[in-house]
Structure formats: C-alpha cells, structure tokens
Design a protein around this ligand. Structure first.
Ligand code: GLC
Length: 600
C-alpha cells in the first residue's frame, strides 16, 4: 500500500510554488450586458443596471467580472462587431457610467475584465470605411483584400462561420475582403505591423483606464496562413480552419501583444477564446514562461453535444467521453498551462437544459454541474443566470430569434433545399438566444429586468415566476445558495481544489463522474451522478485516500439521516462524520467529500 502511494506521488509531480499565483484562485462571473439589468426603461440592460447589482454579484463570492462588449457598435452581432473600441455604446450608457462601474467594483474588491474583439471589427469602423474606399488608401492593408479569381470566384474556398464563402465582394474597389463571421465583420490583417500597434494601443488605453484583465475573442484565428490556400474540408460553415487556427505566427503576435500591451500594467490577467486546440497548443498559449496569455477556455467539454461539422446538429455522447476530455486537460496541462472552465456562456444554450435536466431535477442537476466546474483544476466561470438555474426558452419560431448565427444557418440551409421544419427545430434547440433572455430577478412583471414601458429587447423566459433571484435568496436550499457554499468551499480549500492534482476514478462508468483532487497533505473526493436514475458504483479499493477519516463537505441532497453533523467553525458549512461514501447516488446527486488523509 505504501509503495503504491509513493508511486502515485511520482506520477503526479507537485506543482512548483511559482504556479501558485493568486489570480488562479479567481472565480469569474460573465455579464452579457444587454440582458442583465435595465436601468432606464428602454428594454435593454445597461451599465448603471450592472452597478445596481454589484452587491448581489459580490454576494455569490465571485471576485471578477468578464463584461461582454459594451463598446460602440451597430450590434449586428450583439457588440462583437465594434465600431469604436474607445467609446461606450449609448445603449449601454456613457463613459462616466463605465468609470463608475469600475470604481464601484474596485471598491468592493472586484476586478473587471473587458472583452476585446480583435479578429475583426464592424464594417462601420473608421479603419474599414477608409480601407474599402480605395486600393491605395493607407488603411487598405488593415484588412485582408484579394482580387477575384479568373471568372470572378472568391480567392479561396473557405466558408464563413455563418455559412457561404468567407469572402465578400466589394463593388467600390472590385476586390474581395475576408470575413470569417458576418459580412459586416471584416477580418483584420494581423500581418500588418500597424494593425498590431493599433491593437497594442487599445490594450494600453483600457489598462490606463484601470481595467484588470481581458477576455480575448476568437484569439486563435487572428493569424491566417498568408498563402490563403484552398482547404480540402467540405464543411458548410467554418471550413479552412487548418489554415487559420493556431497558425504559428499567432504565438509571435501574442508575445508581442503581451510585451507591448498586457505588460503595461502589472498583474493583467488574460483569457483567450480558442476552440479546436491540441494540448500542445494550450501549453503554448498559456505556459507562463512563454508570456502569451494567462489561460484559454476549455471549450472542448461544453461542445461535446454538438456535431463538430454542424454547430446546430446535436451529437450523442456518453459520460466516459467527457471524463476523458477533462482528464486529458487536467493531467496533460499540469505544470505547463492553465485554463478557464465553464458549462455555459452567451454562445451556448443554457447549461441545465443541455447537460442536466430542466424539468423535475432542475435544481439537483444545476447544483451537480456547478460542482463539477468549481472543483476542477482551472478557473471557474459562471454565466449570468446559471447561478439560479435559468433554462432554455420555449422559442416556437425563427421569427423570435436575434442570433445571427441561427438566422444565417436557417437561411442558408433552407435555400439549399433542406426541410424547413427540420432546420427550424434544430435552430430553435441550439440558438445562442437561450442564453440571452433577460436575467430573472423577481416574480414581478418582466422579471424585474426592466420597469419601463418598452418591452425587453428579448422576451423574458415565461418561467420567471418560479425561477428568479428573489425566490432563491429566501430559500437556504436554492441553487443560488449552493453556489455561495461551493465558492466559499473552493476558497477555503484552495490548496487542494485550486492547486491540487487531479486523478480520475471509474473512467468507464456511464452515470458516475468520480475523481480525487489532492496535494501531499489533503485530498478531496468528488462523486457526481450525471443521470436521472440512481447510480450504483463501487470505488476501487485503492484510491489512495483514507475513507475512514472522510467527512462530507457539501452535497446537493440532505445528508443521510442519523449521520453525525459537525460545525466547521469559521464558515457555516456543515459536515458529517462517519461512513460518508455511499454506494448509490440519487438522481443528479453531487457529493464533495473532504478532509481525507492519504492512505497509510
Ligand atoms: C466569439 C463570441 C461570439 C461572437 C464571435 C464573433 O465566438 O463569443 O459571441 O459571435 O466571437 O465575434
């Protein structure tokens, strides 16, 4: 037994103290501002609305806010199409409002991370208006322009993420420009040093204004293979990625941006959105010695239920696959990189509807999913409304949608002759708008999101009378109060939960996700039932922890009757002594068992 424990320690080397930077202990809350809180009755959320809710956000235990774009924008893509990076969109408020937000956040000990969209701009941006005006304009080379192929065809066969060619023909100068997203979101040319200088200047501008970090949109597609070769893929949306994702130059550009931008203020934290990455790519982006980014998101797990060749097509998946993804990231990146963890954001349907059960077991499954995200190695991100278990909306027709990806997909697929009803049902299930309905604050009209005459820009989910913040504040067993306990627990046991190693158990079990987090002194065991059925399981005899001295730290069902309860002292979490490791988990049950000593 002893020998086995020793071997295990060697297999999982201890982290160096250099990797215990304080920012790794952060818990981040993402705000999609248009849907968070309206303060002026126009039906759209705004900056003063966020200020009025800061005490609430802080009360969850988070210390950082990632604010989705609030810059001036024509809002073809909800602000991810920026017209002016240095101004606030009037829909959101004024620069004074933004400054007040930052001041009020800092006064509460919270950090603000702005969302920087640097792969493309709006076609209304001053740079693009200049660029498209003539072939010899000084801004021409800020974007990627190419003449047509003989016969007028686009320069290559890449397709945009919205479907159709990634190239847009522009009458004014008779050339094509590249746009991986909407035709109104032209891609910037990062190979042009002037563009990179502009971007570095933007980063310094916001750092000088006092921001603490950035989320970097679509950062691994910014550098394209300058030969712009045809692709051999035949995906209808987003083909060509081999030639623009994780291009070798992106690393050089990020190091430069770090040196001339992020390093402008000490302690700046960055998180990159980067899908389709190998473990080597992640290590390259986030290895502290390389000085590129602090972390990138683990996007592989939230996308597990989506067909990689068709983002609106569901894909069947089994729990062992999810465990494999998590174990790969947790183990392969230890000591080499860092990543952000999330189960929902503004680009995905609601977490509890996709991965849990949004009916009978909504409460249990929302807590279970939160337990996973908050007990892994990596930085947890909460998306607004997730903490109260908000669900998908009952959209009935594409006419109710705003999501440009969903609408373009519907158009292009139906034009190709696909069955309209079938395409519509796919789009209604997968639209990003599920995440973008207004935050549900109270059971009053419009869920307390807006008090004005104007209707909310996106209808409130009709289930707001049952699912809202106010109701959950008053219920000690609510999802909201579970998040509070979970985050407090993560902080209290940061040595294990934030910094400890990860070891997976029961890798083939199709219902139970079980793993151990540990350091030399202490360990934690997590047991999660991912199904609506009871799940039986048997832990292997040697899990390297001593179960006799285990106690329950947190669970989403009441503790077994008769179990001894003890007060943990400085916090209010209750714990149960005795035999706390069950052999059966109830539907969507989650258990955190802690205080374990290594097996003798
Ligand atoms: C990112 C954003 C998404 C946006 C896209 C284009 O994926 O998260 O909302 O549509 O980039 O900027």
């Amino acid at each position: 037994m002893l020998q086995q424990s020793v071997r295990r320690e060697q297999e999982y080397p201890q982290q160096s103290s250099a990797q215990h930077e304080p920012w790794k202990e952060k818990v981040v809350y993402q705000i999609f501002p248009r849907s968070f809180q309206d303060s002026n009755g126009d039906g759209s959320g705004d900056l003063p609305g966020i200020v009025s809710r800061l005490d609430y956000i802080r009360s969850i235990g988070v210390d950082t806010i990632w604010l989705s774009p609030v810059y001036e924008s024509p809002r073809v893509d909800q602000g991810y199409d920026i017209r002016n990076h240095r101004e606030i969109d009037p829909l959101m408020g004024t620069m004074e409002d933004w400054e007040e937000l930052l001041r009020e956040m800092h006064a509460r000990g919270m950090d603000l991370w702005m969302d920087l969209v640097l792969n493309h701009t709006s076609d209304q941006h001053r740079w693009f208006r200049q660029s498209r005006s003539s072939t010899d304009n000084p801004y021409r080379d800020y974007y990627i322009w190419r003449p047509a192929e003989p016969g007028g065809e686009p320069p290559n066969n890449w397709t945009s993420y919205l479907g159709g060619s990634a190239w847009e023909y522009d009458e004014a100068t008779g050339e094509y420009y590249l746009r991986l997203y909407n035709k109104r979101q032209p891609d910037l040319n990062w190979d042009n040093p002037k563009v990179r200088e502009e971007i570095q200047g933007l980063v310094r501008y916001w750092l000088d204004k006092g921001v603490d970090g950035f989320r970097l949109d679509a950062i691994n597609v910014v550098s394209k293979d300058h030969r712009l070769p045809d692709t051999d893929e035949s995906k209808l949306e987003g083909s060509g990625y081999k030639h623009f994702k994780n291009d070798p130059h992106v690393h050089q550009y990020l190091r430069e941006l770090n040196e001339k931008g992020f390093s402008h203020k000490e302690g700046t934290v960055t998180v990159g959105e980067a899908s389709m990455v190998s473990m080597e790519d992640v290590a390259r982006y986030t290895d502290p010695d390389r000085k590129e980014l602090s972390m990138i998101f683990m996007m592989e797990s939230p996308s597990i239920g989506t067909d990689p060749n068709d983002s609106f097509k569901e894909r069947e998946w089994k729990l062992p696959e999810l465990k494999e993804i998590v174990a790969r990231w947790e183990k392969e990146l230890l000591n080499r990189g860092w990543f952000g963890l999330f189960a929902s954001n503004h680009d995905h349907p609601r977490m509890v509807s996709s991965f849990g059960h949004d009916g009978k077991y909504r409460v249990e499954s929302a807590k279970m999913l939160a337990t996973l995200v908050h007990t892994l190695w990596g930085t947890p991100f909460i998306y607004q409304g997730e903490e109260i278990g908000m669900t998908n909306s009952p959209f009935e027709s594409v006419d109710q949608l705003d999501d440009q990806m969903a609408l373009h997909y519907y158009d292009s697929r139906t034009k190709r002759g696909e069955d309209a009803k079938e395409v519509e049902s796919r789009v209604l299930a997968g639209t990003r708008d599920h995440a973008r309905t207004p935050m549900q604050w109270t059971d009053e009209e419009q869920a307390g999101f807006t008090s004005g005459e104007a209707k909310p820009w996106m209808p409130v989910n009709p289930n707001y009378r049952g699912i809202n913040v106010q109701a959950q504040e008053n219920d000690p067993d609510s999802i909201l109060n579970y998040y509070r306990k979970l985050i407090a627990l993560r902080r209290e046991h940061a040595d294990v939960i934030v910094h400890g190693e990860y070891a997976s158990l029961l890798e083939e079990h199709e219902q139970v996700f079980a793993y151990v987090r540990r350091n030399e002194q202490r360990q934690g065991l997590m047991l999660l039932n991912f199904s609506e059925k009871e799940a039986e399981f048997e832990l292997p005899e040697d899990i390297g922890v001593c179960l006799e001295s285990a106690y329950r730290l947190l669970g989403n069902y009441p503790a077994e009757e008769g179990a001894e309860e003890a007060d943990m002292g400085k916090d209010s979490l209750s714990r149960t002594k005795g035999n706390v490791v069950p052999h059966v988990l109830r539907p969507y049950e989650a258990l955190i068992i802690g205080g374990l000593k290594p097996a003798p």
